[in-house]
Design a protein around this ligand. Structure first.
Ligand SMILES: Nc1ncnc2c1ncn2[C@@H]1O[C@H](COP(=O)(O)OP(=O)(O)OP(=O)(O)O)[C@@H](O)[C@H]1O
Length: 276
C-alpha cells in the first residue's frame, strides 16, 4: 500500500514526479465538514481513479485542486505551484497545463462544438489566428473520436456519448499534461462507456497524460485505472491498486469491490484479459 503522504522535498515535486500533492486539506460549507486532513498525491502518467459514496466530496476535491474551491485549510500543489496560496491570476502558468471534463460536459449551448473547443484557446492564446484556432479545434474534435463534421454541430444536436467526447475535445484544447475527468461514463450505455474508457487509456498512453478520474463505474476502475483512491470519513482512506485496497479489509472497500457489481466487473476484466 502506498503511503498517502510521501516524504517529498520541494525539488522532487518540481521534477514532476507528483503533478498533484494535496496535504491536510479541509473543506467546510457552513457547519458541514466535507474534507478534514485529507492527503493525496497523484503520480505522473498514472490514471488515478477516485471513488467514494455519494456526497463524500469527490467533486469538491477536484474543484479544490483546479482552484475553483478555496479550501478552509491545507495546501495543494499542482506542478510544484501552490494553488491554495496564490491568487487565481498567478496560477495562469499552471492552469493551461490541465484540462477538465466536468460532469455533464458543461458545454456552451449557443456555441458549436468547434467553437466550444476554441474557448480555452482564445482565453490562453489570444495571439493565435482565427484560422489556426479553428484548425486546432477540428483536430481536437477528431482526437476525441468524433467525426470531423461534429465540429459544426451544437451540443443539443449530439447524443450523450458524443457530448462527452465534445467535452473531452475541449479539455484537450491546450494540450494538457493533466486531465481531470468527473464521472465521464455516467449516463453512457455499457458499449459507449467501454469505448470511452478505451479512448481515455489510448490518449493517456499516446499523449503521456496524467489522469484524475472520478467515477462510480467499476468497469472503468478495473479496465484502465493504475491506482484507486478511496474517499470516506472526510479523507482519502486508502490509495493503491485494487488488490492492495482489498488487503486493507476496510468494510466499505470490501463491500464496494466484492459486492455483486464489483465481482461482475472483475469477471468482465478477467475475461477481457484472457482474450488478450
Ligand atoms: N458550493 C457548495 N455549497 C454547499 N455545499 C456544497 C457545495 N458543493 C458541494 N457541497 C456539498 O459537499 C458535499 C460533497 O459534494 P460533492 O459533489 O463533492 O460529492 P461527490 O462525492 O462528488 O458526490 P456524487 O458522487 O454524488 O457526485 C455534498 O454534501 C454537497 O452538498
Amino acid at each position: 500500500m502506498d503511503s498517502e503522504r510521501p516524504a517529498l522535498g520541494r525539488h522532487e515535486r518540481f521534477r514532476g514526479d507528483y503533478p498533484v500533492v494535496v496535504e491536510g486539506l479541509q473543506n467546510k460549507f457552513g457547519k458541514q465538514v466535507v474534507h478534514d486532513n485529507l492527503d493525496l498525491t497523484v503520480r505522473r502518467r498514472e490514471i488515478l481513479g477516485v471513488v467514494g459514496g455519494s456526497g463524500t466530496g469527490k467533486s469538491v476535491l477536484m474543484r479544490s485542486i483546479i482552484g475553483l474551491q478555496q479550501p478552509t485549510e491545507g495546501n495543494i500543489e499542482v506542478f510544484g505551484r501552490s494553488i491554495t496560496e496564490a491568487e487565481p491570476d498567478e496560477n495562469i502558468g499552471v492552469r493551461n497545463r490541465w484540462g477538465v471534463l466536468f460532469q455533464g460536459g458543461a458545454l456552451f449551448s449557443t456555441l458549436t462544438v468547434g467553437e466550444n473547443v476554441e474557448v480555452p484557446l482564445r482565453q490562453f492564446y489570444p495571439e493565435i489566428s482565427p484560422a489556426l484556432r479553428r484548425e486546432i479545434a477540428r483536430y481536437k474534435v477528431m482526437l476525441s473520436g468524433l467525426p470531423e463534421e461534429a465540429a459544426n454541430k451544437f451540443p443539443s444536436e449530439l447524443s450523450g456519448g458524443m457530448r462527452k467526447r465534445a467535452g473531452l475535445a475541449r479539455a484537450l484544447a491546450l494540450d494538457p499534461e493533466l486531465l481531470f475527468l468527473d464521472e465521464p461514463t455516467a449516463g453512457l450505455d455499457p458499449i459507449g462507456a467501454d469505448k470511452f474508457d478505451r479512448l481515455t487509456k489510448e490518449l493517456q498512453d499516446t499523449l503521456g497524460l496524467t489522469v484524475f478520474l472520478i467515477t462510480h463505474d467499476l468497469d472503468t476502475l478495473y479496465a484502465i485505472c493504475d491506482r484507486v483512491a478511496v474517499l470516506a470519513d472526510k479523507r482519502v482512506i486508502a490509495v493503491g491498486t485494487i488488490p492492495e485496497l482489498l488487503e486493507t479489509g476496510h468494510p466499505w472497500i470490501e463491500e464496494y469491490f466484492n459486492g455483486p457489481r464489483g465481482r461482475a466487473a472483475q469477471g468482465t476484466q478477467t475475461r477481457a484479459e484472457s482474450k488478450g
